[in-house]
Design a protein around this ligand. Structure first.
Ligand SMILES: Nc1ncnc2c1ncn2[C@@H]1O[C@H](COP(=O)(O)OP(=O)(O)OP(=O)(O)O)[C@@H](O)[C@H]1O
Length: 375
């Protein structure tokens, strides 16, 4: 067990033409489960491979505990990696697959190795499969073997590279829980790469969001969800995605009123935001999550009248696609079921609105954060 620290980590490919990881700094605590998430090509796998020692950093440092392992060979780092494609030896039995790493890196006796393998197999519920070959196993069983093989090594750090991508949705959910259980039982620090934001949010103690090799935000899932530091994070985390509307500021009797170019959308935000506006006509991007949009009763200050384009039932709730901005979705109760083409009035609370700089996407004022900060 150990902490993990990445300091100014950088990885270039093709003589610097491609910057896969750009000045990445991360502090991961001993026993923490951290998920790395971001769109394809953002540098997740490269980061993981540098931690494992499978890829050499162009610059920067990697520390496991107090040790600088930047130049330490992969086999001398106490890390175990679990891959998407399982990476099992097809001609070896499950037991041989699981004990292979031990044979290579320890001087345990045959009996001691078997004991370690059997214990790990029991933890994964695969003790009856020890004599089978990988091609006799289902995808889920193969992934259990791959996990078992990682456990056997008793590593300081677990690294997971999209380990559940090849499994069906139901099995994926089961295996998520299994991985979390094992990680907690063993207390091993874990870094888990996924492109699936839902997986990242449900599994991580903290979530790291990358884009183009750069860290966008790191924090507890609820913090990232409620207080995204930029519009990219706001849009990436949460499903369906946050709604964005481009707006312009004007002053209206001491309050801030935001209107879009057509003048048909206005929104009052609390005074904590008005202080940040430097001039009328300043442009911003407003972000509102689908679940923060409600049918209006007519009493509210922020009421938007619009047309329903599509109604999509998802069981407990309905998604309403509204003619406010591109793909603007309201998540409402299943009892609210207008027909496409109906006019509808919707509202949202002032402190549920996120305001981003329309140029660089950085958060300008987060009403929830301001409210929290002022408590
Ligand atoms: N060996 C390599 N040679 C050249 N470029 C590479 C190499 N490995 C990765 N890259 C590039 O580095 C960038 C980051 O790739 P990486 O695989 O780390 O992203 P990722 O976030 O894991 O993506 P995905 O979710 O698609 O696996 C991409 O632009 C990729 O094309």
């Amino acid at each position: 067990m150990a902490s993990l620290r990445l300091k100014n980590l950088r990885k270039e490919f093709d003589r610097g033409q491609i910057v896969a990881v750009d000045d990445l700094n991360l502090d991961i605590e001993d026993g923490e489960f951290v998920t790395l998430v971001g769109p394809s090509g953002c540098g997740k796998t490269t980061t993981l491979r540098m931690i494992a020692g499978l890829e050499r950093a162009t610059s920067g440092n990697i520390y496991i505990g107090d040790d600088d392992v930047t130049d330490v060979h992969a086999k001398n780092r106490d890390v175990a990696m679990v891959f998407q494609n399982y990476a099992l030896y097809p001609h070896k039995t499950v037991e041989e697959n699981m004990s292979f790493g031990l044979r290579m890196s320890t001087d345990l006796s045959k009996d001691e190795r078997y004991e370690r393998v059997y214990e790990a197999a029991e933890m994964m519920g695969i003790e009856d499969l020890l004599d089978d070959k990988p091609d006799e196993l289902s995808g889920g069983q193969k992934q259990r073997v791959a996990l078992g093989r990682a456990i056997v090594r008793e590593p300081d750090i677990f690294l997971f590279d999209e380990p559940l991508s090849n499994l069906d949705a139901k099995l994926r959910t089961t295996m998520r829980t299994e991985i979390q259980r094992i990680q907690q039982e063993l207390g091993i620090t874990a870094v888990y790469v996924t492109h699936d934001q839902e997986e990242a949010m449900t599994m991580g103690d903290r979530i790291v969001i990358l884009r183009d090799g750069e860290l966008q935000q790191m924090g507890a899932p609820t913090t990232v969800y409620e207080n995204p530091t930029n519009s990219f994070v706001g849009g990436f985390v949460g499903s369906p995605s946050m709604n964005f509307i481009d707006v312009r500021a004007t002053n209206d009797s001491g309050e801030v009123v935001l209107r879009d170019g057509e003048g048909d959308f206005s929104c009052h935000l609390s005074s904590s935001f008005s202080g940040r506006i430097e001039s009328a006509n300043e442009q911003f991007t407003v972000g509102i999550r689908p679940e923060d949009v409600f049918p209006a009763t007519g009493e509210e200050r922020n009421v938007l009248e619009t047309t329903v384009e599509v109604v999509e039932p998802i069981g407990s709730d309905n998604y309403l696609y509204l003619d406010l901005a591109e793909d603007f979705i309201a998540r409402v109760g299943s009892d609210v079921e207008p027909a496409p083409g109906d006019r509808i009035q919707v509202t949202f609370a002032e402190d549920d609105v996120h305001v981003f700089d329309s140029e660089n996407g950085k958060v300008v004022a987060d009403e929830k954060e301001s409210a929290k900060a002022s408590v």
